[in-house]
Design a binder for this molecule. Structure first.
Ligand code: UD1
Length: 406
């Protein structure tokens, strides 16, 4: 693969930012919003709640003067778990919210108990009724909340709830992902008082009202990482625009250890592999550790390493569904609990495979790029949840990839 590719705005930053517009009346303007199915779902949800949503390319204009409903229905929450992020803003703005429980999900149980415990600590009364979470509070009150696990969505939900609470909230053992910092910056631009975002302790001093924002969504570090692994897998030499290495240090460190050159050249990041791929071990962890959202793609790369690689998944309990499909392409992988052992094989061979979730789809594409013959990947709708124009971008780098109609 050769050439230059542009990274889109980050899905995982854009989603909470869209829901943050519920917090204040007025017209909000978000730019660099990627064209993705999850973003469409978020737009639908905002409209149901009373937001007036307009879209022009990557720019979303949302008027939140009139929040009419407080209910996030099952058919939307079912397709996108991040819909639970309306709980915090709705509680803070209108004092009640009714949100369908997201239920089970392909990559593990993924409960929302930590979100609910935190909201209760802020004074919300929460009941579960017919598969819905009902939350009520006259005015939330600041509190000290210590998360059992640094949950990304939980930290975002609580931050959005606490900005309009009375008094000060301290979130301990908070998630430190760059998307949390992006949300905090946007909230501060609306008049919120937040310090410590990006560290394990976030302090939020409640204010009585907020105003609308104009904000540009940060670039997608997982999309950038996916192109990096694709270039590494194919022995390519590519340049990526809008890859922020500061957001991806653990991942880039591992890529370099695997024999891949990653260098900043002006406004771009150059990724090149000339030597063999070295087999190395990885363990997923909350940020700043190796991101779970890059585990599947990295595993695809390790199938072509020079020995044995041990991959431990510590964030989600069931995130190895891509393994069976990689095996269909000839990979030698054995799973034992949350650890996968990947032994290098001489080559992968194209076969029909099925995408099972968003990042698993990306790993199958990466494997297919290096496999002999043709690979046919079905259920690629998973990809459209999180990668903007993936096949077009890969094609522009020289990949032979086509989308067939269903
Ligand atoms: C977010 C990302 C997702 C990424 C994940 C971990 C978005 C829209 N999605 O998901 O792409 O893979 O972070 O980096 O930003 N947990 C509980 N109880 C809770 C909440 C979480 O037990 O109340 C557990 C989960 O089951 C999981 C772990 O904590 O095992 C991490 O989940 P969390 O950080 O909350 O991930 P999400 O916010 O869902």
């Amino acid at each position: 693969m050769q050439g230059t590719v542009q990274v889109s705005g980050a899905k995982n930053a854009a989603l909470p930012l869209l829901f943050a517009t519920l917090l204040a009346p007025g017209t909000h303007r978000l730019s660099n919003v990627p064209a993705l199915r999850d973003i469409d779902t978020a737009g639908k949800l905002l409209t149901i709640l009373g937001g007036r949503v307009e879209r022009d390319g990557d720019i979303f204009t949302i008027n939140s003067d009139d929040i009419r409903s407080d209910e996030a229905p099952y058919d939307l929450v079912r397709t996108m778990r991040a819909s639970v992020l309306v709980l915090g803003p709705l509680l803070a703005r209108v004092g009640h919210a009714r949100v369908s429980l997201p239920g089970g999900c392909a990559i593990g149980a993924r409960p929302i108990d930590l979100h609910l415990k935190g909201l209760e600590a802020l004074g919300a009364v929460i009941t579960l009724d017919h598969g819905y979470v009902e939350a009520r509070a006259d005015r939330l009150r600041g509190a000290r909340i210590c998360f059992d696990f640094p949950t990304v969505g939980g930290t975002e939900n609580l931050m959005m709830a606490a900005v309009l609470a009375e008094g000060t909230t301290v979130l301990e053992n908070a998630a430190r992902e760059p998307e949390i910092v992006d949300l905090a910056n946007a909230l501060v631009s609306m008049g919120a008082k937040i310090s410590g975002a990006g560290t394990a302790n976030v302090t939020i001093e409640g204010v009585s009202s907020l105003h609308s924002m104009q904000y540009r969504v940060m670039p997608d570090r997982i999309e950038a990482g996916t192109y990096m692994v694709a270039a590494a897998m194919t022995g390519g030499d590519i340049r990526i625009i809008d890859a922020r290495l500061a957001h991806m240090e653990a991942f880039v460190g591992k890529l370099r250890e695997a024999g891949v050159e990653v260098t900043e050249e002006g406004e771009t990041v150059r990724v090149r592999r000339v030597g063999p791929i070295r087999s190395i071990n990885i363990k997923t962890q909350p940020h700043p550790g190796f991101p779970t959202d890059m585990q599947a793609q990295f595993m695809a790369l390790m199938t072509r390493g020079d020995g044995t690689s041990v991959i431990s998944e510590t964030v989600f309990e069931n995130r190895f569904m891509h393994v069976c499909e990689l095996q269909r392409l000839g990979a030698d992988i054995v799973i034992n609990g949350h650890v996968a052992t990947v032994k290098s094989v001489a080559g992968l061979c194209g076969a029909p495979v099925m995408a099972t979730d968003l990042r698993a789809s990306a790993s199958l594409i990466i494997a297919a790029l290096a496999a002999e013959n043709t690979t046919e990947i079905s259920r690629i709708y998973h990809l459209d949840r999180g990668y903007e124009k993936l096949e077009e971008k890969l094609k522009s780098l020289g990949a032979m990839i086509d989308r067939q109609p269903d």
